[in-house]
Ligand binder design. Structure first.
Ligand SMILES: [Zn+2]
Ligand SMILES: [Zn+2]
Length: 117
């Protein structure tokens, strides 16, 4: 048995070859690529999500399309903290959250039958 959850343990974190996105290779060999704008929009901090209702108060109009991380810090063993080019730095992105944000074909493929919206 594996003492760690390989699906939420990053093996390698870094920019993609073109530098336009962030790539995370997970211990289970899964590769996730994140666009900076999408990551910024997914910020889970109290300034971006209403703590009482859980609703996102951050809107796309509030974020520059060119937003990008100026620094990435490891927080313990469970999360990353991004310092964004707009000065925002209060969001902690747990590896659970990041894995859940993966948009690769495998992760966005509909599981079972979902009703049309
Ligand atoms: Zn935030
Ligand atoms: Zn994926």
């Amino acid at each position: 048995m594996n003492p760690i959850d390989s699906s939420t343990t990053p093996r390698d974190i870094g920019p993609t070859e073109d530098g336009a996105a962030l790539r995370i290779l997970w211990e289970d060999e899964h590769e996730s690529v994140y666009l900076p704008f999408d990551l910024r929009m997914a910020c889970p901090c109290a300034g971006c999500v209403d703590e009482l209702s859980g609703r996102r108060t951050l809107t796309e109009a509030m974020v520059a399309p060119s937003v990008h991380p100026t620094a990435i810090e490891y927080v313990g063993r469970y999360a990353l903290k991004f310092v964004w080019s707009d000065g925002h730095d209060t969001g902690l992105y747990s590896y659970d959250l990041l894995r859940g944000l993966c948009r690769c074909d495998e992760c966005v493929a509909p599981s079972g039958s979902s009703p049309p919206s």
